[in-house]
Ligand binder design. Structure first.
Ligand code: ADP
Ligand code: MG
Length: 470
């Protein structure tokens, strides 16, 4: 078939897939595919990314269905890895990346007025790595989709909706990244607005210093406090990181309340991050707690396996480090709780292997991160035990062919957790559950999809994950 027609079919398929496949997966793995041939009912595409083959297999049925719909007959779908395409993509990516950075710096110097430049500089000196903390560098998965979307909405229209925005979630899951991304975006696109990023800890120290300085000299008391207050109240956007640190500090809470009221009443945007939701601020006065809750609350959960893999893939591309799909999958399954740790492992491995000039293989990686199979606490059988006692059934039932609704539900949860929380392959998990690996793949995918809409299931999975990790 002619190349042009093949391309046209693929373009039509992409339109369907864009709406049916999650955006991160679509953009990272599907969009870069290149249609190659269409013979004997088999539509073949090429990929320049080794890892794509594995990920795309999970969506094989969806893609074949879309192809069949477009061609109005049964069409099979095949994806092949292509080394030349890999090299080409890699080259283009490096070029785009360099140009983007150049453009960013150039715009900064040229377009920004001095006060905005100070704002950005201030933000950068406050939070070191910050140029990296932009929306473009944030990998969106089902765990952070909502927080990302509302953060982007706030950056687009600060003070208009979702005020305050309160982002909460465990350590190392991207709260600071999103908070600073809001700051960058506003500073960059709305040069007139004054943005201030501050860690709650600095707010506390600043207050303590102002009080202490005010005490040195009679008459200075009000002056110092006014200086302190003005600093936080003259901004258009106040970004406060780790607000939980003020809990129980009465004077700071009072100042925070006043700052909040002053800004909020004049339509200025406030964004908080916290390691817990407002209702868990046990020692904070209700009037401040209700202020935290009066806008929008957005939580960030632990990313699932596919998102963790996408984060690693992005790191490897951005740093120009070649990492095979086995290594990516292995690391993503070992570091399953915290993106900071996942990134830390990536940095250690890339530094070690490039200094010693050795390839990055799973065995070498295991040595570098001191991975000890025996020390590994999360096992498939351990998961089966915990899940069965959680649902009050026996581990034998989970492994059996019993189709009672409750057993099937527990079994699917256990299969999902086994894939997400251990480094085992689908066939190996299949052996533990007495099932074929395709059945395991199906169950894993089903739970993953259901998690997006089923709050009950998502609560169960959250509790089970905590039990398994504890
Ligand atoms: P938190 O503030 O929640 O403790 P951070 O925002 O400091 O976490 O994130 C820890 C590290 O993980 C940062 O380097 C951040 O860039 C990275 N990170 C977290 N989530 C993501 C994501 N979704 N995409 C890309 N990088 C992420
Ligand atoms: Mg943080």
């Amino acid at each position: 078939m002619e190349d042009e027609l093949i391309k046209k079919i693929w373009d039509d398929v992409l339109v369907i897939l864009k709406d049916t496949i999650m955006a991160t997966t679509y953009e990272t793995w599907i969009l870069p595919l290149v249609p190659h041939s269409f013979e004997d009912n088999c539509f073949c595409v090429l990929s320049g990314q080794n890892l794509a083959i594995q990920i795309i297999q999970k969506h094989q049925a969806q893609i074949s269905k879309a192809l069949s719909e477009i061609c109005k007959r049964d069409v099979y779908f095949k994806v092949l890895y292509d080394e030349d395409l890999h090299k080409k993509l890699e080259k283009e990516r490096q070029k785009v990346k360099k140009e983007e950075e150049k453009e960013f710096i150039k715009n900064l110097e040229k377009k920004l007025n001095p006060s905005k430049f100070d704002g950005l500089k201030q933000m950068q000196s406050d939070c070191k790595l910050n140029l990296k903390y932009k929306f473009e560098n944030f990998v969106v998965g089902s765990n952070n989709k909502f927080a990302y979307a509302v953060a982007a909405a706030v950056a687009k229209d600060p003070g208009k909706q979702y005020n305050p925005l309160f982002i909460y979630g465990g350590s190392g899951l991207g709260k600071t990244h999103l908070l600073q991304a809001i700051g960058h975006d506003i500073l960059f696109k709305k040069s007139k607005l004054k943005v201030k990023y501050i860690k709650a800890e600095e707010f506390i120290n600043d207050l303590v210093n102002s009080i202490a300085k005010g005490m040195d000299k009679a008459g200075d008391k009000n002056k110092k406090m006014n200086e302190f207050r003005n600093k936080y109240r003259c901004v258009d956007v106040l970004l406060i990181d780790d607000i939980q640190l003020i809990e129980g500090k009465v004077r700071t809470e009072e100042e925070m309340f006043n700052t909040f009221e002053s800004l909020h009443n004049s339509g200025k945007q406030i964004v908080f991050t916290s390691d817990r939701p407002p209702e868990k601020f046990e020692n904070t006065p209700d009037r401040l707690k209700t202020r935290f809750q009066m806008g929008l609350l957005a939580d960030i959960q632990v990313p699932d396996l596919e998102t963790r893999m996408a984060i690693l893939k992005k790191l490897s591309i951005d740093n120009n480090i070649r990492m095979s799909s086995d290594v990516i999958e292995f690391l993503a399954s070992v570091y399953n709780k915290n993106v900071r740790e996942l990134e830390g492992a990536f940095n250690t491995i890339s530094a070690y292997t490039s200094i010693n000039q050795i390839p990055i293989t799973v065995d070498i990686v295991k040595k570098i991160i001191n991975f000890n199979e025996k020390r590994k606490t999360v096992t498939i059988d351990g998961i089966i035990d915990i899940v069965s006692s959680f649902y009050n059934i026996s581990p034998e039932d989970i492994k059996s062919t019993n189709r009672a609704a409750k057993t099937a539900y527990a079994r699917q949860a256990a299969i999902y957790l086994a894939k997400e929380m251990t480094a085992e392959s689908f066939p190996c998990i299949g052996e533990h559950f007495n099932r074929k690996h395709t059945t395991i793949m199906y169950s894993h995918q089903k739970v993953k999809t259901d998690l997006l809409t089923d709050r009950h299931l998502s609560q169960d999975i959250k509790e089970l994950t905590e039990k398994i990790n504890s």
